[in-house]
Design a protein around this ligand. Sequence first.
Ligand SMILES: [Zn+2]
Length: 261
Amino acid sequence: MPIEHSEAIVIRTIDFSETSLVLTLFTREFGKVRGIAKGARQLKNSFDSALDLLTRISVSFIRKNSDALDLLTEAKLISRFQLGTSGIPGLYAGYYLAELLQMTLEDGEAMPELYDLTVETLHRLEEGQNVEESLYRFPWILMRLLGERLSTDRCVACGRKIDYGKESHLGRRVGLSLLDGGAVCAECRRTRGFRQLALVDPHAMEWLNRLDETTPPSLPDQKNVRREIRGVTDWMVDAKCGRIPKTRNQAYEALDDAPQT
Ligand SMILES: [Zn+2]
C-alpha cells in the first residue's frame, strides 16, 4: 500500500488503548480520513505531539481497504490555532466547526475549497473577530458545498426574484421551505400549499442571500434578525445531520454570555 501525504486539520481525537489515538482528520487532498496513530500517546512518538483537536498538520498515512481505519505513520505540526486566547466564544465556535465537519463529511471525498474555508474561518476565530458571523456563515457555506444549497434570491415555485427591500417595506415575512429548497414569494404562499414553511424576517433572508459574495456582509445589528439567521442556519444543519450537534449550544451560550463589543 502506498503512503499518502496531505495537509490536514484534526477534527476528532479519541484515546485508544494506553498508547494510541484514533483520529478523524479533514485532509485537503483526500477529504475526511479516519486513522489510528499507534504510539501517539507515548512521550516519544512520530507525531510531533501535534495530534490535538484543531491542530493543522502535515500527515502521512497508509490507506486501508473498506471499513478498516487508515494507519497514520507520521505527522508534523504546521500550526496550532490559538482559539482560546481571544476568549471562550472563539474556542467553542472552533469545537462546533470540528463537529460539523465530522458529522457531515463523507470519507475520502476531497473538498479543497471547504478545507481552505475552514482554515480561514479558524484564523478568524483565533482573532476573536466576528465569531457570531462565522457561526452562521460557515455552516451555510458548508451546506452549499455539500450540495444542499437553498435558493435565497428567487422563489422556488415561480422563479421570481424576491425583493427583500420591498417585502420589508410592506412588513411581510418571506416563506422558506427546506423541502422545496428555498424561499417562497408572498404570491405563491397564498396560492399554493407548502409543507413545513417557515416565515422569516426579510433582513435575515437578505443577509443569508449575500453570503456567497466574496466580501460577506456584516451581520445586521438587530438582535431579532440575528436570532432568525441563527434559526434558519440551525434548521438546515439539523436537517442535514439528522440530529443537533452536541457542541452547538455551548458555542451559542459562550457567545451570548460574552460581553458585547
Ligand atoms: Zn413565487
